[in-house]
Write a protein that binds this ligand. Structure first.
Ligand SMILES: Cc1cc2nc3c(=O)[nH]c(=O)nc-3n(C[C@H](O)[C@H](O)[C@H](O)COP(=O)(O)OP(=O)(O)OC[C@H]3O[C@@H](n4cnc5c(N)ncnc54)[C@H](O)[C@@H]3O)c2cc1C
Length: 463
């Protein structure tokens, strides 16, 4: 490229920062500007530090097969570790918690056996269905790679996870237990989530014995903080974009809400799909149609720093199935997976609500949410203090992209065909891949690569 070209990245979240970092690391002479609406960058993986605690405001789990996370972490100098983490945890049923772990210590294995054989959580029918489902997942495991949306898209039907399970006579297992796992990993329930996506998250996060959590010592937020720092100089905060300008089928820049017109030779739109549909008036109709069907779950999480350890040692989470009657989906001790998130002798707990329960908290003040959630935790764990060292409320109206049946397949078509009739515009975001943090980061890096190829082509054409 001869002249210095400009790339504008709209959205300084996960995918937008990955795009900017990738452009900055490239050998090309490009000017990069990230326009971020919020007063901080990082989006749904952002980290926060308070009172010696390192908080994940959004995502909290990376797993080993997150190849893009691994590469970026290495480049950013953030070591990832496999903690001594046991999948599963406590499940509330019939008035008390029962341990159900995928492996673990002998004590945990024995407890799991007792839970299963005495049918303390699942009925005999659901227990048999669970074993059948695990066998089925083992056979299909290589089709369920979280890194390979093309493979997943191949069997992404219009159907939901719930419908798929019903069709395979596995409905009792869903109703009694796996709905809580699906909700924990997607923020949505089995009726909302597509079959391929639901199976993929269950297999990769829970059932695949070879897969493990793999995190920075201070959690996902510390990875985001490093990415934010690496792109700090090119990021403009509190700069919401109103419109991406497309003229004569070519992206020309962005107009901010304040009315500033920022010209560019290429634009990367790294906002959620719901925003992309209105921010780019020039989107091709078939692309707009796919994007307008994409939705997000709602999550409210309350993060609390405390001295007490509420769970048995080595237990990450306690879950509340729908029939438990709690408005919480689960409580997790983040220190169990990322030991550096809390000072010595302290723990960092997060209580999560999703769906309607989360929506009903949204109108409340932070103090009201805190009081309600702490009261609920104390109902189940009396050792929970009334006033923890720290409590923070995080509201995610658009939390995790839901990937309903057919979405992965439709989005793959957009990636394959490109944005027909619009040049110089590239879409990034979790919805463009398997919708998790790794997918978002990968989509940003790909959009950066595509924008550089486009700029090279236009430069060659001009010569
Ligand atoms: C509570 C929670 C828990 C999660 N848990 C996990 C997990 O454990 N593991 C995992 O892998 N994933 C998890 N995820 C999902 C993961 O965080 C997301 O898939 C990923 O971070 C999304 O990246 P993104 O770039 O698509 O969006 P974001 O990171 O949200 O970035 C979009 C950015 O665009 C900005 N923006 C929007 N509109 C405009 C505008 N008009 N102008 C300028 N900027 C704009 C936003 O402010 C935001 O910063 C979780 C998410 C949440 C919320």
């Amino acid at each position: 490229m001869t002249d210095r070209k400009k790339v504008v990245v709209v959205g300084g979240g996960t995918s937008g920062l990955a795009a900017a970092y990738s452009l900055l690391c490239s050998k090309e002479d490009v000017e990069v500007t990230v326009l971020e609406a919020a007063d901080r960058a990082g989006g749904r993986i952002a980290g926060e530090e308070a009172g010696g605690f390192f908080i994940d405001t959004g995502a909290e789990l990376f797993i080993e097969s997150y190849g893009t996370v691994r590469k970026l972490a290495e480049s950013l100098g953030i070591p990832l570790k496999r903690p001594p983490y046991v999948k599963g945890g406590l499940m509330y049923s019939n008035g008390r918690f029962h341990g159900i772990y995928m492996g673990g210590t002998w004590k945990q294995r024995l407890e799991t056996l007792k839970t299963l054989l005495l049918f303390r959580v699942f009925s005999p029918k659901a227990t048999l269905q669970m074993l059948r489902f695990i066998r089925m997942m083992r056979k299909r495991g290589n089709e369920l790679s979280i890194e390979d949306p093309a493979k997943l898209a191949a069997f992404d039907s219009e159907g939901s996870f719930a419908a798929f399970m019903d069709d395979h006579s596995l409905g009792d297992y869903v109703n009694e237990a796996s709905h809580v796992n699906i909700a924990a990993y997607t923020g949505a329930y089995p009726e909302e989530v597509g079959a391929a996506y639901g199976m993929s998250v269950l297999w990769n996060f829970l059932l695949n014995p070879a897969e493990s959590v793999c995190l920075p010592e201070r959690g996902v937020g510390s990875f985001a903080t490093a990415l934010v720092r690496a792109t700090d100089e090119v990021t403009r905060l509190s700069t919401p974009v109103q419109r991406i300008v497309v003229e004569d089928g070519i992206a020309r820049g962005a107009v901010t809400e304040a009315g500033e017109n920022i010209a560019a030779d290429a634009v990367i739109c790294a906002t959620p799909a719901t925003t992309a549909t209105w921010i780019v008036p020039g989107l091709p109709p078939d692309v707009r149609d796919v994007l307008s069907r994409i939705s997000y779950s709602t999550v409210v999480k309350v993060v609390m720093g405390l001295d007490a350890e509420l769970f048995p040692r080595g237990t990450f989470a306690a879950a509340f199935p729908k029939h438990s009657g709690s408005f919480l989906l689960g409580i997790a001790n983040v220190k169990c997976v990322a030991p550096g998130v809390a000072p010595e002798g302290k723990n960092l707990l997060q209580a999560v609500t999703v769906g309607d329960n989360a929506c009903s908290l949204l109108p409340l003040t932070d103090d009201e949410i805190e009081t309600k959630v702490i009261g609920e935790v104390r109902k189940y764990f009396p050792a929970m203090p009334q006033t923890p060292h720290l409590a923070r409320v995080y509201r995610w109206k658009e939390a995790l992209c839901i990937a309903s049946g057919g979405m992965l397949r439709d989005v793959l078509k957009i990636r394959t065909n490109g944005l027909d009739g619009v040049e110089g515009l590239f879409l990034a975001g979790d919805y463009m891949r398997v919708p998790i943090s790794n997918g978002a980061l990968e989509s940003g890096i790909d959009a950066a690569g595509d924008s550089l190829s486009f700029l090279r082509q236009t430069a060659a054409g001009a010569d």
